[in-house]
Design a protein around this ligand. Structure first.
Ligand code: NDP
Ligand code: GDR
Length: 362
């Protein structure tokens, strides 16, 4: 049985990857952080009672800032594959906690690589590093591909740039099977609530049910290449199944503005919105609403701009060239953006319908 160790197992990607690896017959070890509240909601459905025999899924307390903890877990688990997904992954928040971000996202990657080296596992353990399209930052070339120069635009991206290069360096210096997946934005109903897509699908769902009446947004001109997390974890696995260790861009090749994503989400509840005004004065108003079940009124202002959500430096345009992944990995996204928006809207509507129902019973 192959053994995988996943950092960031409690996150969006960790949960989908754990499901995928379990379906392929792996023994999956995950590192989770100690928290004062339960933080395993995304993986509770695959949790296995440690008291039963033949366990395939096991969690270990740990943190990417703690070298000895990582060394001990890697020694104990002797993984064939490590997926380093753990990170302070919010770009805007990285401006508030830059030093912590550098430690967890940058040096954390070094700690994993060096633990494998120190334990003499360089020939056994393959390593996947969760690199990001944020590395491209200020546009140098579009679409962005493996050879496009990096120009990071946030403490998060700078930390991830260190992680990218230290992964390449350990591969070259110690002949390790260590690879970067340069993944463009990927989303799902499990996406963290403060990333833009989920903020929108939650906000529109809450408005539909009369729980809230307006969504406050940052830079809606921004363009992203959005895929589905389920497709992207498949690519992570494929990257570690190759003959030689290499870095890959994983993207859909289609880019969309945040404004368009908002329109698509409203369309899922039968609402057409119209954007008017410029900059911080831009708003979206309901033009028509075809589903009487929902609480929208024609003329209602449903989106306003709040500069608090602007970033000191922004990444305006991301669109990835996935030719290498298509050719060498045989990977292609199965989800379109339409399918993604539909799935996220359905899931959030369901959540808030339940919440409202429970409140009505109080
Ligand atoms: P999430 O924010 O959903 O999950 C991040 C995970 O990292 C969580 O399990 C979190 O734990 C854990 N974590 C945070 N800090 C530490 C730490 N100091 N030590 C150990 N674990 C820690 O991110 P995603 O699942 O969306 O992304 C996975 C990885 O891929 C991240 O590295 C991200 O930067 C990168 N990435 C993501 C993309 C995307 O579009 N989703 C695109 C490109 C790269 P907890 O649950 O306790 O907070
Ligand atoms: P990003 O994702 O920064 O691309 O990083 P996010 O969803 O946070 O932002 C995407 C774009 O939307 C704009 N935006 C807003 N963003 C948020 N969060 N909230 C808002 O209200 C808002 N309004 C507009 C942003 O300015 C930005 O341009 C994600 C993370 O998952 C990273 O970890 C990962 O590396 C990259 O994707 C690829």
């Amino acid at each position: 049985m192959k053994v995988a160790l996943v950092t960031g197992i409690t996150g969006q990607d960790g949960a989908y990857l754990a499901e995928l690896l379990l379906s392929k017959g792996y023994m999956v070890h995950g590192i989770k952080r100690r928290s004062s509240l339960f933080n395993t909601q995304r993986i509770d459905h695959i949790y296995e009672d440690p008291h039963v025999n033949n366990q395939h899924f096991k969690l270990h307390y740990g943190d990417l800032s703690d070298s000895t903890n990582l060394i001990r877990i890697i020694q104990e688990t002797q993984p064939d594959e490590i997926y380093n997904l753990g990170a302070m992954s919010h770009v805007k928040v990285s401006f508030d906690i830059p030093e912590y971000t550098a430690n967890a996202d940058g040096i954390g990657t070094l700690r994993i690589l060096d633990a494998v080296r120190l334990l003499g596992l360089t020939k056994k353990t393959k390593i996947y590093q969760a690199s990001t399209s944020e590395l491209y930052g200020l546009v140098q070339e579009v679409p962005q591909k493996e050879t496009t120069p990096f120009y990071p635009r946030s403490p998060y991206a700078v930390a991830k740039m260190y992680a990218y290069w230290i992964t390449v360096n350990y591969r070259e210096a110690y002949d390790m099977f260590a690879c970067n997946g340069i993944l463009f934005n990927h989303e799902s109903p499990r996406r963290g609530e403060t990333f833009v897509t989920r903020k929108i699908t939650r906000g529109v769902s809450q408005m539909a049910l009369g729980i809230d009446d307006c969504l406050y947004m940052g830079n809606i001109d921004s363009q992203r290449d959005w895929g589905h997390a389920k497709d992207y974890v498949e690519a992570m696995w494929l990257i570690l199944q190759q003959e030689t260790p290499e870095d890959f861009v994983i993207s859909t090749g289609v880019t969309t503005t945040v404004r368009e994503f908002i329109k698509m989400s409203f369309s899922e509840v039968g609402v057409v919105v119209d954007f008017k005004g410029e900059g911080v004065n831009e708003t979206a108003t309901v033009v028509s609403s075809s589903n009487p079940e929902y609480a929208f009124k024609v003329g209602q202002v449903v989106v306003k701009i709040d500069p608090a959500y602007f970033r000191p430096t922004e990444v305006e345009l991301l669109i990835g060239d996935n030719t290498k992944a298509k050719t060498k990995l045989g990977w292609e996204p199965k989800y379109t953006l339409d399918m993604l928006v539909k799935e996220m809207m359905q899931a959030d509507l369901e959540i808030f319908k339940k919440e409202k129902h429970l409140k009505n019973f109080k």
